[in-house]
Ligand binder design. Structure first.
Ligand code: N01
Length: 548
């Protein structure tokens, strides 16, 4: 882990530093929010960022193989033509280092870093009923006050490290993929155990296996995966993207998931088995998340989904040579894409290597960690390094970790004891002037994140512009509007197969004790965009606005 930056500023150290807005986080969301408030509205804003650089999730996630699953030409801001013309991605999917280079480029191009304080982890944010201002305190004791508090903390930034007895006694080294050492980890000659086979584990296992003496993958839930088919982008493709960006952007803004590909308008039931096989085979060969778009009903109709699921399971059985390992890897308990579908580079092929083993911890749960390794009821696996690819306390974790207090000192963690409650994923009743970019109840993680982020940031910016122009001191959702939105989020999830994956992090099921509530809005980005626009057009319906 990088060493902590010493304070380089006295700002907020002896008296509160005062801004129109405090933005927490310097990833895609925080950078664009700063640009909008400062350069479009002329407000003062300070970004507080825990890391020592920009990047958000990509500042922390530097594990082997870390790469975005969205194709690079769509994993991008779309608000500036100059920026689009000025940047060319090099690979079909951007790696973590290239995304950091991109975000640094954006920060430099729009001169954003001068308004970001790095190494500033927020310890507390409290609304002051008397002044109508937020007071934000960092772990290093600096204080900020602002009319607006905007959280841009990401959905997947609070590491979930399982509480396995004996971890403290482990004599080797252990790491969580979301808190990866910046200097990297040398696996040469080491016996490595990796716990977790989500999108992250599926990316990291093949890379670790190439370097380590031996890799044991501990799998609790078998997972589907489609080959990513990554590779360098041709000059022709780069030129195509530059020339056609307005159409690509229009596609990203019109599809349910914000990607640059469209979903077929055909039902899987309207194709013969031979036609379906051909379509799935073509999608498999093309690779990537658009496998989901092969038919319009794969995410909503179980029997349509079964056809894709069976195709993908048969691919696992074809690729993996050892029948027992193939059986364990293809014994999948949920519909395809009901959990976030991973894409991979040589994931299933990795299990054909002599130095890789699979342990089924659903059948043989992990009992404890000893100084020497991991123990299941099948025995002890001796290890030098444990890699926790065990995901995140998603969506609510980063917000609840900041000790946020609203009106009359009410704690966010008390308001959300039964599960998160927001209006549109944008605001919480009782927490005036606090905006949550890609908060629970927003489409966020079910979509291409930069698209969701741009929409949120622009909506928040318009809302703040409206408040400033009309002398409005305070905005917050009405309690009934938030209650209704929670019902709408549930109803939207129930229109899909998503709730059928009982162990998914969308439901909070991966963190013991977390309330089981379906958190993201599954109605699609296009529908959500219209709902937000209509709410604003009707004078911010569902919100209460109070004049100064
Ligand atoms: O985390 P996960 P992730 N014992 O929660 C297992 C995004 N992402 O980091 O499924 C044993 O999906 C757990 O098992 P189970 C993407 O949105 C994006 O992989 O709970 N196993 C599971 O196998 C993704 O969905 C990119 O039964 C335990 C794994 O650990 C999200 O991040 C790349 C366990 C966790 O899987 C999270 O993905 C990578 C225990 N106690 C990730 N606890 C992009 O490309 C957990 N597991 C943008």
């Amino acid at each position: 882990m990088a060493s902590k930056t010493p304070d380089f500023t006295t700002e907020g150290a002896t008296s509160d530093a005062r801004f129109d807005a405090v933005i927490i986080g310097a990833g895609f969301a925080g950078l664009y929010q700063l640009h909008c408030l400062r350069d479009r509205l002329g407000l003062t804003a300070r970004v507080l960022e825990a890391g020592d650089g920009v990047g958000g999730t990509w500042y922390w996630n530097r594990y082997p193989g870390a790469r975005c699953d969205t194709e690079s030409h769509a994993y991008t801001y779309t608000f500036s033509k100059d920026l689009i013309d000025d940047w060319a991605w090099t690979e079909r999917y951007p790696g973590h280092a290239e995304i950091r280079r991109y975000l640094n480029h954006v920060a430099d191009m729009f001169d954003l870093k001068r308004d970001i304080r790095f190494g500033a982890r927020v310890a507390k944010a409290a609304y002051d009923d008397r002044t109508g201002l937020w007071r934000v305190e960092t772990e290093n004791g600096h204080h900020y006050t602002a009319k607006y508090l905007i959280t841009a903390v990401g959905c997947l930034s609070s590491a979930n490290i399982p509480n396995i007895p004996g971890l403290d006694s482990f004599a080797g080294d252990w790491y969580h993929t979301g808190q990866w050492p910046h200097e990297g980890v040398d696996f040469t000659g080491k016996r490595v155990g990796q716990i977790g086979t989500g999108s992250t584990g599926i990316q990291s296992a093949p890379v670790i296996a190439e370097q380590a003496a031996h890799l044991t993958v501990f799998q609790r839930t078998a997972n589907y995966s489609v080959p990513a088919r990554n590779g360098p982008l041709s000059d022709e493709f780069k030129a195509y993207v530059r020339k056609n960006f307005p159409e690509i952007r229009a596609t990203m803004h019109s599809t349910a998931n914000g990607h640059a590909f469209t979903i077929s308008e055909r039902s899987a039931h309207d194709a013969t088995p031979a036609e379906r096989e051909k379509i799935y085979e073509a999608a498999w060969n093309r690779g990537g998340l658009q496998f989901r778009g092969s038919f319009k009903d794969l995410t909503t109709d179980k029997s349509a989904n079964d056809t894709a699921a069976e195709f993908l399971k048969s691919k696992i059985r074809q690729v993996v040579k050892d029948p027992e390992t193939a059986r364990k890897l293809s014994d999948i308990d949920h519909p395809y894409a009901a959990k976030r579908p991973p894409i991979d580079t040589n994931y299933f092929e990795t299990f054909n290597r002599d130095n890789v083993a699979l342990v089924d911890v659903r059948a043989h749960p992990i009992q404890k960690i000893t100084p020497k390794g991991i123990v299941t009821d099948e025995g002890e696996v001796e290890l030098d390094i444990i890699v926790f690819a065990t995901g995140f306390d998603a969506m609510t974790g980063p917000l609840l970790g900041m000790n946020i207090q609203g009106r009359e000192g009410a704690l966010l963690k008390d308001s959300w004891r039964e599960g998160p409650k927001t209006y549109l994923g944008l605001q919480v009743a009782g927490f005036p002037n606090m905006f949550t970019i890609t908060g629970p109840g927003s489409p966020s993680v079910l979509t291409n994140m930069p698209v969701a982020i741009e929409q949120h940031v622009e909506w928040i910016t318009d809302c703040i512009a409206h408040m400033e122009a009309n002398g409005i001191a305070r905005i917050e959702p009405k309690a009934q509007a938030a209650e209704k939105w929670v019902l709408d989020v549930n109803a939207a999830a129930n229109e899909t197969l998503l709730p059928q994956a009982k162990h998914s992090w969308y439901l909070g099921a991966n963190v013991p004790g977390k309330p089981r509530v379906f958190m993201p809005y599954a109605g699609g980005m296009a529908r959500y965009r219209k709902i937000c626009a209509d709410v604003a057009a009707r004078g911010y319906e569902g919100f209460e606005m109070v004049r100064a």
